[in-house]
Design a protein. Structure first.
Length: 249
């Protein structure tokens, strides 16, 4: 049974705990050690119980505090860290405890960005943030999973109205930037299936998005595209813990 605790999701820092009955994995380390310990305490665990640290890419909001977890084995694609305990290759599965994990390619302006598909017996969780588009080769691995943690970074109108420089706006909405609410919803309309229990929206911009806007955009696009989905759509927060997965939705 896959469960997770999202500690923080956004440009100020990212970290997520993904676990089952006997394995505990952390994805990214861009938040304070205090916040990680607080999240671990919710499941009566501590740092020493983490079986592996998966890193999506080398931007500071994903690896900025990684030195606090130097005792934990790191798994990421080549080039994302100076030292990698277990280098991983996109689409080649890796086993950590009882999880089978398939790294997937993303499209972001980082060294070697990746997302992850977690497989635990009959349950699956897809984790993908920080991508301007979803690469074609990743899409077949992303269909009909139980849980999705998927980027829904910005509302296009709010981004355009923001005071950000044009260069930054173009970077965010480009193929190596971040998925908008609308683009994320359209992708998910084609990816979710009869197994899908919950969708969690990640990496929401604090300036160019709101949780309400992201969820509203999802539902309006699902209605427009005649998507048959009755599960929850849950926004993740920058500073507030969200628990999800089996028995949490």
């Amino acid at each position: 049974m896959i469960k997770f605790i999202n500690i923080g999701s956004g440009s100020k820092g990212n970290a997520t705990l993904i676990y089952n009955e006997d394995t505990l994995i952390q994805v990214d380390m861009g938040v304070s050690l205090k916040r990680v310990k607080e999240a671990l305490s919710l499941i009566e665990k501590d740092i020493s119980d983490i079986d592996g640290l998966l890193i999506t890419h080398d931007h500071s909001d994903h690896i900025g505090t990684i030195s606090y977890l130097k005792s934990i084995s790191t798994y990421t694609a080549d080039g994302n860290l100076k030292h990698i305990d277990f280098p991983i290759i996109p689409f080649k599965s890796v086993q950590i405890g009882s999880f089978d994990i398939i790294p997937l390619r993303t499209s972001h302006d980082a060294t070697n960005p990746i997302g992850f598909l977690f497989i635990d017996k009959d349950e699956t969780l897809l984790y993908m943030t920080d991508t301007g588009v979803i690469p074609e080769e990743s899409l077949p691995y992303m269909k009909n999973h139980d849980y999705y943690i998927i980027e829904s970074n910005h509302d296009l109108m709010l981004l355009e109205k923001s005071r950000r420089p044009r260069r930054l706006k173009d970077r965010i909405r480009g193929d190596h930037g971040h998925l908008s609410n609308a683009d994320s919803a359209v992708y998910m309309s084609e990816l979710l299936g009869n197994k899908t229990k919950a969708i969690y929206l990640a990496h929401l911009s604090e300036e160019c998005n709101t949780p309400e806007k992201a969820v509203e955009t999802y539902w309006s696009n699902f209605e427009r595209l005649e998507v048959n989905y009755e599960g929850p759509i849950v926004p993740l927060w920058q500073y507030k813990i969200t628990r999800g997965g089996h028995d949490e939705n």
